[in-house]
Design a protein around this ligand. Structure first.
Ligand SMILES: Cc1cc2nc3c(=O)[nH]c(=O)nc-3n(C[C@H](O)[C@H](O)[C@H](O)COP(=O)(O)OP(=O)(O)OC[C@H]3O[C@@H](n4cnc5c(N)ncnc54)[C@H](O)[C@@H]3O)c2cc1C
Length: 355
């Protein structure tokens, strides 16, 4: 049986970032159930970086990833990982308190975050219906992320440093014997000192294979549709528009608009697809908040955002199982936090490996 230092289960952004950070330090195999890495949540995101997104508990990992996005290591990617976008959180009448509370939550770590008057919001986004705006919060550092470049950068960099990537290798069994994890997969068995569980929506199922107590992860469907609305032309420089209570968001992309109803429907782990009602709700919310009307949907997709009960990600060793490491619960922020999260996992893993 092939022997490794670390088996990483799942080659989405979480597993790929840990592989990249750990490849210089350990013999690694990355096991992915699907034929292509990135098939699930990682390939289905809305691709933005916003320090004001995901809640104050997540902000340190997002802010901690900023330097990597802005200036990745030499040779990491052949294109920039991010492009400036800006995020405008729009408060409707009655939600004045949400503006002050958001600024208080995020400004200490991100001083550029500012409250905006109704006039300033409408000047930035004249497509908004004025009667639906009382003010807003401006996050100028929000960026569009080139998710494919980030993901491939991690995978290719890890492989250059000796890590192996095995696709169509679903993990079906995990048990510990003679101080090693024995890992059964649909593409053959391997053994390792450490198992990293980066299986996204399936992370609790993987834990159960190993006899480890689940985290209580809740995978939730999130939908995005692409349209070319009638009405005011789409300004390609328009900021990401988000309702301050996250009931919808929209951003321009390649002459079209990506719109989400910010749905969070609990689902079992699966290859999730959009629900017709969510698509109708998306159009309704966009049309109520803006002067746009949607003649038809060009395309749509859904993905799973998996949350722990506290809605913060879980990184670290399981107390009841030696060598079983959690890297799960990245919710709606797993792309924007991946560089710092991978570095955190590296430090935690190296702490144990050297002790
Ligand atoms: C619509 C939408 C919009 C989003 N927008 C953003 C955004 O703008 N910014 C942001 O930062 N985040 C965003 N997210 C969240 C982000 O996409 C996720 O947090 C992130 O992709 C999670 O990465 P992951 O590697 O944990 O999961 P995944 O990408 O799902 O990877 C897990 C992998 O594990 C594999 N796997 C599962 N079980 C096994 C097994 N038994 N054996 C082997 N492999 C297995 C799966 O096949 C899968 O490829 C969004 C998500 C959605 C759905």
């Amino acid at each position: 049986m092939e022997r490794f230092d670390i088996v990483i289960i799942g080659a989405g952004i979480a597993g790929a970032s840990v592989a990249w950070h750990m490849a210089p330090h350990a013999r690694i195999v990355l096991l992915e159930a699907e034929a292509h890495p990135g098939y699930h949540s990682t390939g289905r995101s809305a691709a933005f970086y916003a320090e004001t997104y995901g809640g104050p508990a997540v902000q340190p990992l997002t802010t901690g990833s900023k330097a990597f996005f802005m200036a990745p290591p030499e040779g990491f990617a052949s294109v920039p990982l991010v492009r400036p976008r800006g995020a405008l959180h729009v408060a409707p009448p009655g939600r004045e308190a949400a503006i002050a509370s958001m600024v208080a939550d995020f400004q200490p770590l991100s001083p550029a975050v500012q409250p905006l008057t109704c006039e300033a919001v409408l000047a930035m986004a004249p497509v908004l219906r004025p009667e639906r705006v009382v003010g807003g919060v401006w996050d100028p550092d929000c960026q569009d992320i080139d998710v494919a470049a980030l993901h491939q950068g991690f995978l290719a960099g890890a492989r250059r440093q000796g890590a192996l990537l095995r696709c169509a290798a679903r993990v079906t069994g995990l048990h510990r014997q003679d101080g090693l994890w024995q890992v059964a997969t649909t593409a053959g068995d391997v053994s390792a000192d450490i198992v990293v569980n980066a299986a996204g929506a399936w992370a609790d199922e993987v834990a159960q294979l190993a006899g480890v107590a689940p985290l209580g992860l809740s995978p939730r469907r999130r939908t995005v549709l692409v349209c070319k609305p009638d009405g005011p032309p789409i300004d390609p420089a328009m900021p990401l528009l988000l309702d301050i209570d996250e009931t919808w968001y929209a951003k321009p992309d390649a002459g079209a608009l990506w719109v989400s109803p910010a749905d969070e429907t609990p689902m079992p782990p699966c290859d999730v697809q959009p629900d017709e009602l969510d698509l109708a709700i998306t159009i309704d919310r966009l049309q109520a908040a803006t002067y746009w009307t949607v003649p038809r949907i060009e395309r749509s997709w859904s993905g799973l955002r998996s949350f722990t009960p506290s809605r913060t990600p879980h990184y670290g060793f399981a107390s009841e199982a030696p060598g079983f490491f959690w890297c799960a619960g990245q919710g709606g922020f797993g792309i924007q936090t991946a560089p710092a999260a991978g570095a955190l996992c590296r430090d935690l893993l190296l702490g144990v490996m050297s002790s």
